[in-house]
Design a binder for this molecule. Structure first.
Ligand code: SF4
Length: 152
């Protein structure tokens, strides 16, 4: 089981959540089955890759929060779910395609790059519709010192 926590350097609180990493999703293009990068892996192999990708996406998130002067949401289960979705896409599609959108063709979207995290709206306008990176004017913006880490 993989646990994702949030903490601050000055506060002692943390929050954790269990994450089932064993369910597969079969992605459909408009007229064909999408071939996943994780095809051919055992459940254990895929889980191991998702744990590794979750660590990478967590490290990226913590760094990007600082670089963009944004914060996590006060409800920490939101960034936890978003990071899990990004990690699953990284393993299954080869890129951290935004997990908060519907795509007719995920392979095409990955190639286009527009919605690969950090997406173009985030890079250009600091707009993250997943609420992973919030600007201070957001009603849901949390403590600017809060960072995520994972425990396994
Ligand atoms: Fe990443 Fe953009 Fe999705 Fe936010 S909206 S999680 S920045 S891809």
């Amino acid at each position: 089981m993989l646990l994702l926590f949030a903490t601050t350097s000055c506060l002692g609180f943390s929050t954790g959540f269990p994450s089932s990493l064993t369910s597969y999703s079969r992605y459909l293009n408009s007229d064909s089955i999408l071939h996943l990068k994780s095809d051919g892996l055992t459940a254990e192999e895929r889980d191991a890759k998702i744990v590794k990708a979750t660590k990478a996406m967590t490290a990226f998130t913590n760094k990007y929060l600082v670089n963009t002067e944004t914060t996590l949401c006060t409800e920490l289960s939101i960034p936890a779910v978003v990071i899990k979705g990004l990690a699953e896409h990284k393993v299954d599609l080869g890129a951290p395609l935004c997990p908060c959108r519907f795509y007719e063709d995920k392979e095409k979207e990955v190639k286009d790059g527009y919605w690969n995290c950090p997406c173009v709206p985030m890079r250009e306008e600091k707009k993250c519709h997943c609420m992973l990176f919030l600007t201070e004017d957001s009603a849901f913006a949390g403590d600017s010192q809060v960072r995520l880490y994972i425990y396994k």
